[in-house]
Design a protein around this ligand. Structure first.
Ligand SMILES: CCCCCCCCCCCCCCC[C@@H](O)[C@@H](N)CO
Length: 281
């Protein structure tokens, strides 16, 4: 994903090289578009379909994370996050969905986040937009039953991209501490390979390379399809999950509690001494 011509051209050259090596004769093209502009999405997709034929696989990966404390974010920030991360996905899915169903084939992959099922300090503008993407994917999964159009939902971990570098510039220290103690940063190739493996298998909930987050994805699966042998594994996980959740939520809350005095000092109007006491409480 990029909007920079240089990066897109480099990716195109790499893919053309791969295609030549494998002798697939694949055409590789790119188009830049603003996914929040529904008219532009329709126009760009129509042109791409004319050049390359109908969409077989749509991966909705455009998005960004705005980090910050809830009380310091203005309302516009929350709206912009929904506009990009949720409506940006919706615009593209809406543009290809009808044609896929008409042709009765195709695969849609919506990219949510590890934060599509739980929230953390600092992510109050981002996380709801990724919950919304999961809600959309879950509904479409059920609605597409009886067709050959497949859908997958991805919950990637922190991935080493320019987007993460930008996110890190504004990441509150608590968010940083929690992320670093609970998970790690993965290479884009590693995340993409695991996701593509799941897409090719036709899985709905795509795997993530992070074992803890994968465990959490299984433990919080809820009303989603399961294979019969899978049910037994899920039952086993569900027995252990509350213990792991107790441990992690305990850590998330301890980290947040420790800095409440500092974060809310302006709102509470308290002095440093009191803040320190609050922090220990
Ligand atoms: C059994 C429970 C294990 C849970 C471990 C949770 C650890 C917390 C890890 C935080 C992960 C944050 C992931 C955010 C991913 C991206 O969506 C975000 N960086 C936006 O780019």
């Amino acid at each position: 994903m990029s909007r920079s011509d240089t990066r897109l051209r480099a990716a195109q050259a790499q893919l053309v090289g791969e295609a030549q090596k494998r002798g697939t004769g694949s055409k590789v093209m790119y188009r830049k578009l603003d996914v929040t502009d529904a008219a532009q999405v329709l126009e760009t997709l129509a042109a791409a379909v004319q050049d390359l034929g109908p969409v077989d696989l749509l991966i909705c990966n455009a998005g960004a994370a705005h980090l910050g404390y809830f009380h310091e974010n203005d309302l516009e920030t929350f709206r912009q996050q929904m506009e990009l991360n949720f409506f940006g996905v919706l615009n593209v899915v809406h543009a290809v969905y009808g044609d896929m169903v008409r042709r009765n084939q195709g695969h849609i992959c919506l990219v949510g986040s590890a934060l599509s099922t739980f929230g953390l300090v600092g992510y109050s503008a981002y996380c709801p937009s990724k919950y919304a993407v999961k809600g959309l994917a879950d509904c479409l999964r059920n609605e597409l039953q009886g067709t050959h159009v497949k859908i997958s939902f991805a919950q990637p971990p922190d991935t080493d991209t320019p987007g993460l570098a930008e996110e890190n510039k504004h990441k509150p220290p608590e968010t940083k501490e929690i992320s670093e103690s609970g998970s790690t940063v993965y290479k884009p190739e590693e995340v993409a390979a695991v996701l593509m493996g799941g897409i090719l298998r036709g899985a709905y909930l795509l795997p993530t390379p992070d074992l803890g987050l994968q465990f959490n994805a299984i433990a919080t699966k809820g009303l989603l399809p399961r294979s019969f042998p899978g049910v037994l594994v899920d039952m086993l996980f569900s027995c252990i999950a509350p213990l792991a959740h107790w441990f992690f939520v305990g850590m998330f809350d301890r980290v947040a509690r420790r800095t409440a005095g500092r974060r809310f000092s302006k709102l509470w109007g308290i002095g440093l001494e009191r803040q320190a006491q609050e922090g220990q409480g």
